[in-house]
Design a protein around this ligand. Structure first.
Ligand SMILES: [Zn+2]
Length: 73
C-alpha cells in the first residue's frame, strides 16, 4: 500500500511540475515574440514627418512626435 501511495505522490508532483514547465515556456515564447511585433509599429512625427518606433514616440492628443521639442512647436 505504501508503494502505491508513493507512486501516486510522485505522479502528482510530475503533473504539477509539467504544468509549471509548460506555463514558463509559454511565457518565454511571449517575451521573444514581443520585440518583433513592436518593431513593426512605426509612427511618423506630426512636425517633421520622421518615422520612429511607437515606443520611442511622444504621444500628445492622438498625435505622434519624434522628440519633446517637436511636440511643443
Ligand atoms: Zn519631429
Amino acid at each position: 500500500m505504501n508503494i502505491i501511495r508513493l507512486f501516486l505522490f510522485l505522479f502528482l508532483i510530475w503533473i504539477i511540475w509539467s504544468f509549471f514547465k509548460r506555463k514558463n515556456s509559454r511565457r518565454i515564447q511571449e517575451i521573444q515574440e514581443q520585440p518583433i511585433l513592436k518593431q513593426g509599429r512605426m509612427v511618423s512625427c506630426k512636425y517633421c514627418g520622421l518615422h520612429i518606433p511607437t515606443e520611442e514616440a511622444i504621444h500628445i492628443d492622438n498625435a505622434n512626435f519624434c522628440c519633446i521639442e517637436h511636440s511643443k512647436l
